[in-house]
Design a protein around this ligand. Structure first.
Ligand code: SAM
Ligand code: MD0
Ligand code: SF4
Length: 350
């Protein structure tokens, strides 16, 4: 049953959260079912209040390097699944070094090294560890790795070479939906990899998809599932249908918008990093996501880059607008600014 909340109570929600209130499942049901513009604005403003309390007007900037788009998996939502006949690339070590050189002084707080589950790296994971060493040598910045489900020994070596963050998204904690999305992949294997990384001193990012057949109850299950891992970063991404994939024609009629879930994430995980990804709606979309309570811009591409994003709202556009300079200009127009590097490193604890 959806609980009724008075206007005053709703307006006080941000303050209550700052004082330590934890949302119940009924609260979540209520918030996730909000629909009117007016109610949603109140929700965004409560989330902003919480975000500002912990982070002020400062935003973190994450550089996205998708260094190999080869993958052995068949996720039904993903353009890069192994059954899709697309052009793929794998950067060489030298190309990665050159990319890093061009990023010096650009103003990023962290570098996200992402790949498909590329057999080249899975056959010999030391190749992957070597890349981390190169990026650390060149930039000295915190490194996020998004390699998929890597074995524990490799995760340990990567950590020694300077990887700080593991991004590994469960997509959903509804096991039935999981099997439709991450076809043939172990649910527990994914959870355990994230848990192992956390135990070994990594910061971890978990994430869910929306618009992919999730309803309010399965979304609550996913939010609770993510909390169990004590994540440092939590994300929600809108599913964007991809040409040539099993879910190409899927259309979702739920009202579970990404913005609404970002605000709920901020209220559930007040101190976490929450991404505003450029991958779904670019810099205009970034503004909405920050206004809903996000505090780290992700999927910023190296300048003049021919590298890919993941969902790629701009795949068919002539020009990409994913440059750090334009991101900062827009942040400043919103009265926000890039955080200092030491603020970010304090969060990482490194
Ligand atoms: N291959 C690694 C893996 O799957 O963990 C790394 C890539 S992972 C960071 C790619 C993520 O992008 C997925 O986990 C999913 O959350 C998101 N994604 C992929 N395709 C998408 C789509 N079509 N729409 C929205 N998000 C998508
Ligand atoms: C993003 N395209 O932030 C990236 C990606 C992987 N760690 C992140 C999904 O939107
Ligand atoms: Fe491969 Fe990752 Fe795409 Fe799944 S989401 S097909 S593992 S690149």
């Amino acid at each position: 049953m959806i609980r009724k909340v008075t206007l005053d109570e709703f307006d006080m929600l941000g303050e209550k959260i700052i004082k330590g209130y934890q949302l119940s499942d009924d609260d979540l049901r209520f918030l996730l079912s909000l629909e009117s513009e007016e109610d949603l604005k109140r929700l965004y403003s409560a989330a902003q209040k919480v975000r500002n309390y912990y982070f002020g007007n400062r935003v973190f900037l994450n550089c996205f390097i998708y260094f190999s788009t080869y993958c052995k998996n068949q996720c039904s939502f993903c353009y890069y699944n192994c059954k899709n006949e697309i052009n793929r690339y794998r950067l060489t070590r030298e190309e990665i070094r050159e990319t890093c050189k061009a990023l010096k002084g650009a103003g990023f707080h962290m570098i996200d090294l992402t790949m498909g589950e590329d057999p080249y790296y899975y056959e010999d994971p030391n190749r992957f560890v070597e890349l981390i060493q190169i990026v650390k040598e060149e930039l000295g910045l915190p490194i996020m790795i998004s390699p998929g489900v890597m074995d524990n020994a490799t995760l340990l070596k990567a950590r020694e070479k300077g990887a700080n963050f593991l991004a590994l998204y469960q997509e959903t904690y509804d096991t039935e939906l999981y099997q439709k999305l991450r076809v043939g992949q172990s649910f527990d294997g994914r959870v355990n990899t994230r848990l192992f990384a956390k135990e070994q001193g990594y910061c971890v990012e978990d994430g869910i998809l929306t618009g992919v057949g999730n309803d309010i109850e399965s979304t609550i299950l996913s939010l609770r599932g993510m909390s169990k891992n004590d994540p440092d970063m939590v994300r929600v991404m809108t599913f964007l249908p991809q040409e040539g994939t099993p879910l190409e024609g899927f259309s979702d009629r739920s009202n579970l918008s990404e913005l609404k879930i970002i605000s709920v994430l901020r209220l559930l995980f007040p101190k976490c990093l929450i991404p505003a990804s450029l991958d779904l709606e670019g810099i205009n979309g970034m503004v909405h996501r920050l206004n809903a309570g996000a505090n780290i811009v992700t999927s910023i591409l190296p300048s003049d880059s021919r590298l890919e994003g993941v969902a790629n709202y701009d795949r068919d556009l002539e020009e990409r607008d994913r440059d750090i300079k334009n991101v900062i200009i827009r942040l400043e127009a919103m009265g926000m600014e890039p955080a200092q590097q030491d603020e970010f490193e304090a969060i990482l604890g490194c």
